[in-house]
Design a protein around this ligand. Structure first.
Ligand code: NAI
Length: 329
């Protein structure tokens, strides 16, 4: 099948080429993202293969359909960047990679917690400059602390198990309660109760109409003063401007984010010699107790291999007209 692969990074191309063994699929790579302005590039392709920074809104989807595209294949689990209603209207199938390595993202959430808490990033820089002082590097024990999880699906489950291993008390809120986690000692309760009782809150629910800006000023007010908030899910679950206020008021003690609501214009790009126009992220970057990583939770060898293998299988299944459990319906 002839596929236009958008937002391609060199490491993805390497993996796609490696696993597209027999050249089953004719992949054409574009390093720019897919949006209305670039949609014309999909002319002559049956499928587009996209990532989290591609914007497939109604107009873009209408354009893709008019060019003869039949499949939108996401190299991600989240699909909030695709207008599903518009895709249905225009008869475009959407396939994704629902699960590839939940541990990769869960472990990254833990990395954010440990770095913010034990300040290893600051110690590293200090020691390189010959400063061996431990002043202002004090952290806290995770053992015995209460960790709240919003969303205990695949990633939330992997994260819960790690935090239980640290000796934390784990509270959770989800529309569905996992018997497996309950048996391991996770206690399900209301959203408000999770916020009120947790020293650390980690977000693992998808971005939906219900979860957009779930963490706004009202939610921050419900949290323990000085608590840590970790977001490896999707940026817009947090109202970032409200988070800035909560940080300034010292209500929020730490913020660790791998995702940001305006990340499309920033993440996955080297802007080291550009003037960043986004004042909100600039303000966030100025806080000593904020840690930002550029959406790299998924970025492990194991996860990338799985993403690529499932993506190629999605192309093959579509081509053969096979039903797929990876279809977004
Ligand atoms: P999943 O579908 O297995 O789990 C999501 C859970 O959230 C489900 O149990 C669902 O019932 C729950 N949920 C939905 N709405 C909720 C609400 N309003 N309140 C509480 N819980 C709610 O998804 P998975 O695989 O665990 O992924 C979670 C999210 O992680 C994805 O939607 C994606 O946005 C993000 N992600 C981030 C990556 C990164 O690189 N940082 C990589 C992969 C996924």
């Amino acid at each position: 099948m002839k596929v236009a692969v958008f937002s391609t990074k060199p490491y993805e191309k390497t993996y796609l080429e490696k696993f597209n063994h027999e050249g089953n699929h004719h992949l054409v790579y574009f390093d720019n993202s897919l949006n209305l302005a670039s949609a014309e590039q999909a002319k002559g392709f049956e499928a587009v293969c996209v990532f989290v920074s591609d914007i497939l809104d109604e107009n873009t989807i209408a354009k893709l359909a008019s060019l003869g595209v039949k499949l939108i294949d996401l190299r991600s689990a989240g699909f909030n960047n695709v207008d599903i209603v518009a895709a249905k209207k225009h008869n475009l199938k959407i396939l994704r990679v629902p699960a590839y390595s939940p541990q990769a993202i869960a472990e990254h959430a833990v990395a954010l917690i440990l770095t913010l808490n034990r300040k290893t990033h600051k110690a590293y820089n200090r020691v390189r400059e010959g400063n061996f002082s431990v002043e202002k590097l004090m952290g806290f024990n995770l053992f015995g602390k209460t960790v709240g999880i919003i969303g205990t699906g695949k990633i939330g489950t992997a994260f819960a198990k790690i935090m239980l291993g640290f000796g934390c008390k784990v509270l959770a809120n989800d529309l569905l309660e996992s018997k497996e986690l309950q048996a391991e000692g996770v206690h399900y309760t209301t959203f408000d109760e999770v916020l009120a009782a947790s020293d650390i809150v980690s977000l693992h629910c998808p971005l939906t109409h219900e979860t957009k800006h779930l963490f706004d000023s009202k939610a921050f007010d419900k949290m323990k003063t000085g608590a840590m908030l970790i977001n490896t899910s999707r940026g817009a679950i947090i109202n970032t401007s409200h988070a800035v206020v909560a940080l300034k008021k010292r209500k929020l003690g730490y913020l660790g984010i791998d995702v940001y609501e305006e990340e499309e214009s920033l993440f996955f790009k080297d802007l080291s010699e550009s003037l960043i126009q986004d004042d909100v992220i600039e303000r966030l970057m100025s806080f000593h107790n904020v840690l930002i990583t550029p959406h790299l939770g998924f970025f492990t060898e194991e996860a990338l291999e799985q993403i690529v293998k499932i993506t190629l299988k999605n192309f093959s299944d579509f081509e053969k007209g096979l039903p797929s459990e990876n279809e977004v319906v």
